[in-house]
Design a protein around this ligand. Structure first.
Ligand SMILES: [Zn+2]
Length: 111
């Protein structure tokens, strides 16, 4: 297990498991505009993750879009490579978050 702190917020994507992204407000496919919204947000160090979804005009957070395969923004990561377990249980996830004192989002990546 490896943990890493970043100076700046970065986007943790699931690598080859990437399966697309949908608008959190209306459910439309967001992949077309997502890349550009990411670039805009990235230019500002991901300080402002809110963007106006062109599909429905709603203000949505890039962090809350419906990533088909989980992805997240953050400055801290715990990484386990080939953990050799099927999955962590909700109990284990909760304990890890409790120990760290911060909410965690689990992302299964493939590199
Ligand atoms: Zn929408």
């Amino acid at each position: 297990m490896k943990s890493s702190f970043e100076d700046e917020v970065r986007f943790y994507d699931p690598g080859e498991n990437w399966s697309g992204v949908k608008c959190s407000a209306c459910g439309a496919d967001a992949e077309e505009w997502w890349g550009e919204a990411m670039e805009t947000a990235s230019a500002d160090g991901f300080k402002d993750l809110n963007t106006v979804a062109p599909c429905c005009g709603a203000t949505v957070s890039l962090n809350d879009l419906r990533y088909i395969w989980p992805a997240a923004f953050g400055r801290f990561a715990l990484e386990a490579h080939n953990p050799g377990i099927g999955d962590t249980t909700e109990e284990q996830d909760r304990k890890m978050a409790e120990c760290l004192g911060t909410p965690l989002r689990k992302i299964w990546g493939q590199v």
